[in-house]
Design a protein around this ligand. Sequence first.
Ligand code: OAD
Length: 270
Amino acid sequence: KILAARDISSVAGYMKSKDCKNVMMMLGAGVSTSAGIPDFRSPETGLYSNLARLNLPHPEAVFEINFFRRNPVPFYTLAHELYPGKFRPTITHSFIRLLAEKGLLHTCFTQNIDTLERRAGVPEEKIIEAHGSFATQRCIDCSETFDDNDMKRHILQKKIARCVSCGGYVKPDIVFFGEALPEIFIRAVPNLRKADLLIVMGTSLTVQPFASLAERVDDSCPRVLINLDHVGSFGSRSDDVALLGKCDEVVRDLCKELGWDDELNQLWDE
Ligand code: OAD
């Protein structure tokens, strides 16, 4: 057992010790809800319970590649609402940057496509966007890439982009259900064995293979869950700590314990 107790001050104590060098993070939509971006599965506020207006056979269809082939309109409608640029990173995103500035962040695995980690100043080489992002796009038929500015215009005008070569539908390089995860993700997974600490934040841990990353760290590696509710297998290992609550609030408390609160506020004010 590494942690003195399963609580926030033991986590902070360990983070300040010389034994904690490589921190890995796993993020989900819950870290961006305070920025105004809905998550997927929260009852009432989550995207999947608010998609009735898009006439989908089932909510996840909006992110299914076979459904998109038949009807790209629901995805484009959603993309218009979720398009990055409209949202400011949260205090939780600033905390991830602070971890990087302290030299503690090894890799930040994120399921989010909102790019708020980069916008908060987390170094790009530390971020693995496991479900892709809106940064690039291509034709779903011939894989020809499509111009960034043209794509932006289409999404902002709610128009469906078509491939200049073959006329197929263009889709941002977001990983849909039924598609493989990016190479960069697959290459980064073995690094989890180097983790001295895993912090999982704002995810229901329901989507594979991402959810299984939490099992990839050594049995001896402390795992911290910061989430509204209990998820995954947290609690099954002796050094699992669940800090339940809103991630912005838990992160503030953790930074107080670490004596990092001024630095956190400075980054957040930038
Ligand atoms: P979910 O919506 O499934 O889960 C979000 C989790 O964050 C839930 O457990 C919430 O209770 C929690 N949460 C919400 N707000 C929070 C807050 N302020 N503080 C702390 N916790 C909070 O979202 P993901 O797990 O990210 O995939 O979903 C995984 C994937 O499913 C997404 O990447 C997306 C989706 O289908 C694709 O689009 C490919």
